[in-house]
Design a protein around this ligand. Structure first.
Ligand code: TYD
Length: 210
């Protein structure tokens, strides 16, 4: 897709907690705006008034793992209907902090949800929509945990999980990236923010610059 195309695009950012997505999301939005694209920055779970309410439940209330997956996809259905699809139809670019790859990584990889159930939900909720580009920030879970601890905020239900959980989440992300062809750009998140930013810019230029 060239930068001069009238249609927008969907870019997602993924990685285990503490992998350092936030700085790079801001950078990608700046790159797109610098190339005269209208950008909607959003996140999952969340991105809509209802989705943000579901986010509070998901991040703080204990629940069955299938309830968790269903609520993730309920929030995603709303996010697509109210935010993502209208923005794309208007020619905007949507940059989302997480999308369905996170459900494969956290609920299937981390929690052990049946992968077929996740595929069914994905087929139901967005049969014809996948990100045009997904950045996966790959990082050793021990380094990521140290970053989360250093940030000092009270950890949510996911951030309180053990290293073993994040090891499984990381492996599931990498397996998904390996099976998804060139949709993914996997970045070594142990590098400096400047080095990572240069790779983000390079990937955006390679795919979307005129
Ligand atoms: P995130 O926005 O990365 O958290 P933070 O604001 O702390 O940076 O994501 C919230 C959490 O939700 C994160 O721990 C991963 C989890 N999550 C899932 O388990 N499944 C999903 O499908 C999504 C979208 C998020």
């Amino acid at each position: 897709m060239k930068i001069t195309d009238p249609c927008g695009g969907l870019i997602s950012f993924e990685g285990i907690d503490g992998a350092g997505k936030s700085t790079q999301i801001a950078r990608a939005c700046a790159w797109l705006r610098g190339h005269r694209r209208e950008v909607v920055q959003t996140r999952e779970p969340g991105g809509t008034p209802l989705g943000e309410k579901l986010r509070v439940l998901l991040l703080h209330d204990a629940m069955h793992l299938e309830t968790e997956a269903l609520l993730m996809f309920a929030a995603r259905r709303e996010h697509l209907a109210v935010c993502i699809e209208p923005a794309l139809a208007a020619g905007k670019w949507v940059v989302t902090d997480r999308f369905s790859d996170a459900t494969y990584a956290y609920q299937v990889g981390g929690r052990g949800l049946d992968a077929d159930k996740c595929r069914h939900l994905e087929q139901w909720v967005h049969p014809h929509r996948q990100p045009d580009l997904t950045f996966l920030f790959d990082l050793d879970p021990a380094i990521a945990a140290a970053r989360v601890a250093k940030a000092g905020a009270a950890p949510d239900r996911f951030e309180r999980e053990q290293l073993e959980f994040f090891t499984q989440v990381r492996a599931a992300y990498l397996a998904r990236a390996a099976s998804a062809g060139d949709r993914f750009c996997v970045i070594d998140a142990a590098q400096s923010p400047e080095a990572i930013g240069a790779q983000v810019d390079a990937a955006l230029s390679a795919r979307f610059a005129p």
